[in-house]
Structures are given as C-alpha cells and as structure tokens.
Design a protein around this ligand. Structure first.
Ligand code: GUN
Length: 281
C-alpha cells in the first residue's frame, strides 16, 4: 500500500503561506497584480483561466483579465503584452496556451518580459534554470519538487527517471531534479527498453501524455511515482498516465489523479507571481 501524496492539501498550504505574505506586503502599501490573457474560447482553457483568477482572488493578488476574440491578430496581442510589460501595477503576465494557429506561440512567449514571465516559458527563464541562475521555473515541475520536499522525500543521490521531454514539463523537471542532486535519466517515446530504464527509478515522474500507460511492470518495488498526466478514461473518469490500481500496491508513495500534481500548478503560478513582485521591485 503506497502512501498517497496529497497535492490538494500541499497546494492549499502553499496558497495559505502566500496569502499571509501578500497580506503583509499590502500592509506596506504594495499590491500585486497579474494579467491573465486568453485568446479564443477553448472550453478547457476557460476552466484553467477561471481557476487561475480564483486563486489570485483567494491569495489577494489583483487579477486583470483579457478575454480576446479568436480573430485577434498576433500584432494586437503583441501590443497588449508590450503595454502590460510597461505597466508597473502588473507583476506577472500569463498568456494561456494554446493560442490560435495564426499566432506564433514562440513569438508570444518571447515578447513577455522575463521579469513578468510567471509561467517560466521564456528562453531566458529556461536558460537561467539550465545554468543554475535565479529565474522563474515552469509551474508544474516546480510543483512536483514541492510535493516531494513537503512529503519528506529525499531527492539527493536518488535515481530519478522522467518520462517525457516537453518544454513545459519533462525538460524543466529533469533540470530541477538535477539541481536537487538527483541522478537523472530523461526518457521519451523513442527510448529503447523503456521498462528496464523506468525500473531503475527510485523516483519516477511520468509526463508522457498517454492514459494509464505506466503499469506495475515499469515500476520498482518501493519507488515514488509522480503522475503528471490528466485524461478522461473510457468511463469518463479522470485518470493519469499511470495505471493507479496496478502501480499503487508496489509503490512507496504515489500521486493520485485528480488531487496530486494538478492543484500544484496553480499554487506555483501564484508563488511565481509573488516572487515577481518581490524580486524585481
Ligand atoms: N496551457 C496548459 N498549461 C498551461 C500553463 O501552465 N500555462 C499556460 N500559460 N498555458 C497553459
């Protein structure tokens, strides 16, 4: 029986710590502002954006919401970002991804000032992480590190295997585990003998994007298993990239879906926003 890593509880802890910090900053006359931009009305994006705005409200961060029509041009979006980059009342800028096809995602990410890049997607933020300099870290992998640390799971010296090499999760996840002195292997869809490599892991982070792909045959007895995936299964129930029922009996600790990694992303976004307001002002 694995110990469940409770992301709901840990994310709440982080949000409560931030709420206190934001209240103390308010006492000194400082208010934190975040701009949340959505282009088009993809329903999943609307849910994420709504949750981000709710979290801001809970913590005491003023959020400015920009709900732009699908037809918004790249230049219009770039002018808005430019205006927000120059706005002293705005400390964090978030453009919800994906953006419509006629807008180039990389151009948008690069347009956001690295000082306000609370998603941690700007090449400067990614570069800073890779050479161990201060900068914003992508929220989901940062959340995974918090889950491990706050559950008392040691990373130093451990065999850490990351499945997935995306810019948002897999790559920054690997760099963060390395920064914590883990011995890190990055695997992906072309990895040979994936099962054998995964079975080496003391800490297995799964971000492959395939429902329930990782079953007990990929997992060493006693491993810590972190599931970054979120999908709907054949019964319309939420599930992860890990086959929970198969893996849970042999893991030492495991994140559930929902209630594991998911809630951490927004908590870390809020953390980055508070950092943005305190680091650069
Ligand atoms: N779309 C899916 N995840 C994310 C995220 O973490 N940030 C942004 N901006 N868009 C996303």
């Amino acid at each position: 029986m694995a110990k469940l890593i409770d992301g709901k509880m840990i994310s709440q802890q982080i949000k409560d710590e931030l709420k206190e910090k934001v209240a103390a900053l308010k006492e000194t006359g400082k208010e934190i502002g975040m701009a949340v931009i959505q282009v088009g009305n993809d329903p999943a994006s609307s849910v994420y954006v709504g949750n981000k705005k709710k979290a801001c409200e809970y913590i005491g961060i003023r959020s400015e919401s920009y709900e732009l029509p699908e037809e918004t041009t790249q230049d219009e979006l770039l002018s808005l970002i430019e205006k927000l980059n120059a706005d002293e009342k705005i400390h964090g800028i978030l453009v919800q991804l994906p953006v419509p096809k006629h807008i180039d995602e990389d151009t948008i990410i690069k347009a956001i000032s690295p000082k306000k890049d609370v998603d941690g997607f700007h090449p400067q933020s990614v570069g800073a992480l890779s050479i161990g300099q201060p900068g914003f870290v992508s929220c989901t992998p940062a959340g995974v590190i918090q889950l491990l640390k706050r559950t008392g799971i040691e990373i130093e010296g451990k065999e850490c295997v990351v499945i997935g090499r995306s810019n948002i999760v897999g790559k920054p996840m690997s760099l963060l585990l390395l920064r914590e002195n883990g011995t890190v292997t990055i695997t992906h869809s072309k990895t040979k003998d994936l099962k054998e490599v995964c079975k080496r892991a003391d800490i297995l982070v799964v971000a492959i994007g395939r429902p329930k792909m990782i079953d007990a045959s990929y997992v060493k007895e006693g491993a810590v298993v972190i599931d970054v995936g979120i999908h709907r299964d054949e019964n319309n129930k939420l599930c992860g990239d890990v086959d929970f029922d198969s893996v849970e009996p042999i893991a030492s600790s495991i994140t559930p879906v929902p209630g594991g990694v998911g809630p951490m992303t927004i908590a870390m976004l809020m953390y980055n926003c508070v950092e943005a307001a305190t680091m650069f002002d």
